[in-house]
Structures are given as structure tokens and as C-alpha cells.
Unconditional design. Structure first.
Length: 364
């Protein structure tokens, strides 16, 4: 499906739920029009309760449609605490984290890591298998030459020699997880793991479980480009917008109604710089060691945020043709890809659900 074949819908009035910032990956909207099919009306006293918190390098925003604001606050605090706890285990910026210990012991010996880290590494390997290594947590061997994190971003371009020296250090098959021993091991010195492409999705799933355990069924969790919605907002599905990759930060080009699912976007507009007419961004094609060039953004819809988070990066690298072929093979995953040439492609399961509001903006 392309944007040129879809009739332009009536322009909606929209209400932005999430704070808009230059680093926003998703714009979550509740729209007054488009005729969302209403479910049973919620209690008259229910309202939207929202709170935000900074963790894992991004703003975490929680929303619940509830009549019990104090219980929502307590549940949100528990969820925020889980984000903080997981960040402490998985970050590469704290010397006490499991991932720092794993990287320091590369090529030497296995190290004890938490059950959560082992679970994330196991899921990461599955996604690596699906994507033929286009998603690979050992990409972090490039972290000292491509610097896109807020802590070290310097807009420098590594030499081809620097890139070639690190390519042999990227191989998910050389990361060994031993659940019996409770350890993980990188087989070769110089290898590194980074969980920036999967950790937030895992934390979103854990936070959703906490909110459900506290009795909440109608809520939204947003962590950068990773989002999970449950139930309804004011009796209707949550309406979610896909950001225009080259437009202003508050512009969306498409929307979808969703309940009880995850919605994850990876794009080349979040962490990037432009030099000599070329966009350099943080999603690396591990075949070349350079920023991937086939896509501008990938949005996946599925039932687990951890899968959507990781798989979106692999699909981004593969591009529209190979990426859509992969989505046909992976069960219960649908997607929207904006290609490098600004063409919009949606998987069959979304074609009747996706509302194209306007063509994406073109540009570098």
C-alpha cells in the first residue's frame, strides 16, 4: 500500500498524551474523530492519570484510565522502580552492571548475570536468528567508534580501518548463556554486548505485568520508541500515531487503533547527525559497520514489547522487501515501513487498520 492510493481522511482533532520532545519516537494520540467503535462505557468517575519518569536514557510515560488515582500513583511508582532496577542491571554506563562485568571478562571467563539479563540475551539470540544477524547485541563492539549516545555523542565518522577492525567482533553466536550455571560469556576479547536495542522493550513488558498485577486493565506505557497499551481509553481503543520521519517532531503521518498490544518504532531521526549531505544514525548495518540505508522508520505491532523493540531494528536494516518477507514468517507481528525513498509499505494485517493521514515529508 502506498500513501498515494489512500483517500485523504477528514482532518482529526487530536489530543497529545505524551510530552513532545526532540527525542520522541512515538506520538500517542486520542482522536475525537475517525469513528472509533465504542465499547461499554467506563465508570463516569474514571479519568486519565499520567506520570513520567526518566530511565534508560529516555522519558518513561505511564497513563491509566481509572477512577482510583491514588492506586494508580502507587502502581506507577512500582513500575518506575522496575525500570530503574533493570537499568542498573543492563546499562553500559554503570561499573556495577551485569553488562559491564560481562564485557570486561570477554575472552577470559563466564560471569554471573541475573535471570533477567539471561532472559534478555536469550530473546536477543532468537531475534538474531530470525534476522540472520541484522539484529545482534554484540554490535556494541562499535560503541567506541560510532558515538550516538547522549553521554558521548561527538558527531565523528570513523575510518574504514577502524570499522574493519571491529567487524570480526560482532557475532551473536559467540555469546554463550548458561542458565544452569547462571552465567554469560563472550568468547573473544574485544567483544561487547549492548542492550540498548532490546532492554527498554523488556522493561515495558515487565511494567505492564506490574500494572496488571495491581488490578489495572486500561493503561499505556511509553518508553521512547517502545509502547504498550492495554484495554481502552474512555471506552475506546487507544489511538497511536506514527511519527513522520522527516517532519516536525509533533507531526504524524499515520494512525492506528490498538488495545492489548505493543507498538514499537525504530527510526533514523532519533540519534543522528548530518555530515556532507549524508545522515549518520545509530542503527548500524552489521554487514558493513555503517549506518543502515534501506529505511527511514519501522513500526511493529505485536503482543510483546521486547520482541517488537529488537525485531524493529533488524527489519530496519533489511529494508522494505526483505523486512516484509521476514514479517510474513514471524507469527503475530505486523509492520509499517517507510523506505529510504519515502515509500510507505504496510503488512497485510494492518492494511485495513492503518489510517494514512498524509504522505510522509520527504527530505535528507
Amino acid at each position: 500500500m502506498t500513501q498515494h492510493q489512500t483517500p485523504r481522511p477528514r482532518r482529526p482533532q487530536r489530543f497529545i498524551l505524551s510530552a513532545i520532545s526532540a527525542r520522541s519516537a512515538l506520538i500517542v494520540t486520542a482522536l475525537a474523530t475517525f469513528g472509533c467503535r465504542a465499547a461499554a462505557p467506563p465508570p463516569a468517575s474514571a479519568r486519565l492519570v499520567e506520570r513520567s519518569h526518566v530511565a534508560m536514557g529516555t522519558e518513561i510515560r505511564l497513563s491509566a484510565w481509572t477512577a482510583d488515582g491514588s492506586a494508580a500513583e502507587a502502581a506507577f511508582n512500582a513500575a518506575f522502580g522496575e525500570f530503574d532496577r533493570l537499568e542498573a542491571l543492563m546499562t553500559t554506563w554503570r561499573p556495577s552492571s551485569d553488562i559491564v562485568h560481562l564485557n570486561e571478562a570477554a575472552g577470559e571467563h563466564p560471569v554471573p548475570v541475573s535471570p533477567e539479563v539471561r532472559e534478555v540475551l536469550t530473546i536477543a539470540r532468537q531475534v538474531s536468528e530470525w534476522t540472520d544477524g541484522m539484529f545482534d547485541v554484540t554490535f556494541a563492539a562499535f560503541s567506541d567508534v560510532w558515538k550516538f549516545d547522549q553521554q558521548d555523542k561527538d558527531d565523528s565518522i570513523p575510518t574504514r580501518d577502524q570499522i574493519r577492525a571491529r567487524l570480526p567482533l560482532v557475532n551473536y553466536r559467540d555469546l554463550v548463556v548458561d542458565d544452569t550455571a547462571g552465567t554469560a560469556w563472550l568468547k573473544r576479547k574485544g567483544m561487547k554486548v549492548g542492550l540498548g536495542g532490546i532492554g527498554k522493550g523488556y522493561a515495558v513488558d515487565r511494567a505492564a505485568a506490574i500494572l496488571r498485577a495491581r488490578g489495572f486493565n486500561d493503561f499505556m506505557i511509553q518508553a521512547g520508541g517502545d509502547l504498550y497499551v492495554s484495554g481502552l481509553r474512555d471506552g475506546k481503543p487507544w489511538r497511536l500515531g506514527i511519527r513522520d520521519p522527516r517532519g516536525p517532531v509533533d507531526r504524524i503521518f499515520a494512525a492506528i487503533d490498538l488495545s492489548n498490544g505493543t507498538f514499537s518504532t525504530s527510526g533514523d531521526y532519533e540519534r543522528y547527525f548530518i555530515s556532507n549531505g549524508r545522515r549518520y544514525h545509530h542503527i548500524i548495518d552489521l554487514r558493513t559497520g555503517e549506518p543502515a540505508t534501506a529505511s527511514r522508520s519501522v513500526t511493529l505491532v505485536t503482543d510483546r514489547a521486547v520482541i517488537a523493540d529488537a525485531l524493529a531494528k533488524g527489519v530496519f536494516v533489511l529494508g522494505p522487501e526483505q523486512g516484509m518477507a521476514l514479517l510474513r514468517r514471524v507469527p503475530h507481528v505486523e509492520g509499517v515501513i517507510v523506505s529510504a525513498s519515502n515509500q510507505v509499505t504496510a503488512s497485510p494485517g494492518l492494511k485495513d487498520r492503518l489510517v494514512l493521514l498524509q504522505p510522509p515529508t520527504d527530505g535528507l
